[in-house]
Design a protein around this ligand. Structure first.
Ligand code: ADP
Length: 596
């Protein structure tokens, strides 16, 4: 909700509250005013009837006395004495002739000498009495500080006014009548026909005789002889001390006097103030409640918006969750299928594993049988082969001269074949021993130099036949240190290296055997300038029965076992065997042995 909308709602609520309050407040205020007016009029009416009643009584008694004196003028003194006796409010009574001169006066308290008699020709009350109507004079304060008033009534004789009876009335009784109104919160005052205050409970006020004819309400009552209820807007006035006054007034109904009751508005209409205060509180409370409700509503609206957004987010999240859930279910199903597949694969693998284990066991068995067979066969073959070899050798050595060239060629070829057979059988026996773990070595600390020299000498001779040179290179400065090795086995390795060099090198080639000391080891290498080995087959040279394609082409015979055996021998000596070769250029076979 915008601030603007909130303000409009708040203004409307406040306006409604004010209007609702006004609808009851205005009549209520009027009612309070009316009630105050009624109350004030009651008080005033009581005072008015007191004043008019007592004045009327005095007037009546005076008129009765005047009537008696009119009938019997000589009884004037007696009548006045009786009047004074019966009416303590009358201080003195005199009789004035038609010319206004007083001819007799009897005072309640003192003797009146002829010099004290007054002349009333000019006095309004006298002239009015002479004109035939009873008339009250103005109130005045006597030397004894008592409020006094003159009352003149006509004395008729023979149908016309002959004299006037003039009474000096002490009006303290009247003042008392208005002195203490039932409610102490207001004052009662009486004004004459001009608007001068003539009766007031306060004597000093009476002496001052203030003028109230300028008050609208006073003017209205005097001029219109009507009762003023104080409800007209112009009826209110400010007192002499500036206080707002509420007043009611009415004619006394005698001697042209008007009587008023005034109260400060703050007292007379105190109810109104309370009402206005109450209405203000109601509007304020209403406004506060409206503000609270509107603010709470704003907060609720905002909260609602936030909740709606959250709700939408939740719906979206829920949808995503549902989708994820579906995906998960599908993935789960796939996983289950895979698991099932895996299970069957696993079972198959277990089966295969079993089969393989069985096959392996069988193979191992076969291997053992084969090794045993090779071993037995080789042993069985070696003895007769050795026999055949010696037979050939003996015939060739002993009967060489008597043999025809054809016989010599056949015998030499037979001897070569037999020697190759012996080599094969020896290789097979070595392999069989290696595989059976019976290929032991007998170590001895000794120099390798004699063995190297012995072998190079032998192969130099063999090489000469084929046109290949053999050379040995040894360190020149100092002899090679001793090594720990099995001479017979290392001899097999050297024989294999040199035999291969001789076999796989074309006539005219060179073979160099070297021995050097290197990092607490002695490295022995045989380098030839032969056919070499292709890089694709180089890594297989130390495996059983391997023969390179170029080697097979050059030399049909060969077992492919020599290097396999050599590798095993070197490793048994804690040494390392290695090969470097370039096809068509040559090969270097080498091994290292630890120095003793
Ligand atoms: P054999 O010499 O009886 O064939 P070896 O185990 O001694 O068996 O050699 C295995 C193979 O390694 C040979 O067949 C040959 O292909 C290759 N080889 C060995 N020495 C050389 C060499 N010096 N030059 C070229 N090829 C060789």
């Amino acid at each position: 909700m915008t601030i603007w909308r909130t303000s409009v709602i708040f203004a409307v609520v406040a306006a409604v509250l004010i209007i609702v309050n006004l609808t009851w407040l205005v009549p209520a205020l009027r009612a309070i005013e009316a009630a105050a007016s009624v109350l004030a009029l009651q008080v005033l009416e009581r005072a008015r009837s007191d004043v008019s009643g007592s004045l009327a009584t005095l007037q009546k008694q005076m008129e009765q006395a005047a009537e008696e004196i009119g009938v019997e003028p000589e009884r004037g003194r007696t009548v006045i004495d009786r009047l004074l006796k019966h009416n303590p409010a009358i201080k003195s009574v005199g009789i004035a002739g038609g010319d206004g001169k007083e001819i007799l006066r009897i005072d309640r308290f003192r003797f009146v000498s002829p010099a004290d008699l007054g002349v009333y020709a000019e006095e309004r009350s006298f002239t009015e009495a002479r004109d035939g109507s009873a008339s009250f004079g103005d109130i005045f304060v006597s030397p004894e500080l008592e409020p006094h008033m003159t009352l003149a009534v006509p004395v008729r004789r023979g149908g016309r006014v002959a004299q006037a009876l003039i009474g000096d009335l002490n009006v303290r009784g009247l003042v008392s009548a208005i002195h203490a109104p039932p409610t102490r919160t207001g004052d009662i005052y009486v004004v004459d026909r001009e608007g001068n205050q003539i009766i007031h409970p306060d004597l000093s006020e009476l002496l001052r005789r203030p003028y109230f004819g300028d008050r609208a309400i006073v003017r209205r009552v005097i001029d219109g002889a009507v009762t003023a209820h104080g409800l007209a807007p112009e009826d209110g006035y400010r007192s002499e001390v500036g206080e707002h006054m509420f007043a009611v007034g009415m004619p006394v109904g005698i001697a042209d006097m008007s009587i008023f009751f005034e109260q400060p508005r703050s007292i007379a209409l105190a109810g109104q103030r309370q009402m206005i205060f109450l209405a203000g509180i109601t509007v304020l409370l209403g406004a506060v409640i409206a503000a609270v409700v509107i603010v709470a509503n704003m907060r609720l609206t905002r909260l609602n918006t936030v909740l709606e957004e959250r709700n939408q987010e939740s719906v979206v999240s829920a949808k995503i969750l549902v989708r994820r859930d579906r995906e998960l279910v599908a993935a789960n199903a796939r996983l289950r299928d895979l698991l099932l597949e895996l299970e069957s694969v696993g079972k198959m693998l277990v089966r295969r594993d079993l089969e393989l284990s069985r096959a392996n066991a069988r193979l191992e068995e076969l291997d053992v049988i084969k090794s045993e067979f090779v071993s037995i066969a080789a042993h069985q073959l070696r003895t007769p082969l050795t026999g055949v070899r010696w037979s050939y050798q003996t015939i060739l050595d002993r009967d060489g001269a008597s043999l025809t060239p054809e016989q010599r060629r056949l015998l030499t070829s037979g001897l070569g074949a037999t020697l190759r057979m012996i080599d094969l059988v020896n290789d097979l026996l070595s392999v069989a021993r290696i595989e059976e773990g019976r290929f032991g070595i007998r170590l001895r600390t000794q120099s390798i130099t004699p063995l190297l020299e012995q072998f190079i000498t032998r192969y130099a001779m063999l090489g000469k036949e084929k046109g290949i040179s053999f050379a040995l290179e040894l360190p020149k400065d100092k002899p090679l240190p001793d090594l720990v090795f099995d001479e017979e086995r290392i001899a097999m390795v050297l024989d294999n290296f040199l035999d291969n060099a001789l076999k796989y090198t074309e006539p005219g080639g060179t073979v160099v055997m070297r021995a050097i000391e290197d990092h607490a080891r002695i490295a022995v290498s045989v380098q030839d300038s032969g056919i070499g080995i292709t890089p694709s087959q180089l890594h297989r040279v130390f495996t059983k029965f391997f023969r390179a394609d170029n080697a097979i082409r050059l030399h049909t015979s060969g077992t492919g076992l020599g290097l396999y055996v050599a590798k095993n021998i070197i490793e048994k000596h804690d040494g390392a065997i290695d090969v470097k070769s370039e096809e068509g250029k040559g090969t270097i076979f080498s091994f290292t042995l630890p120095i003793a």
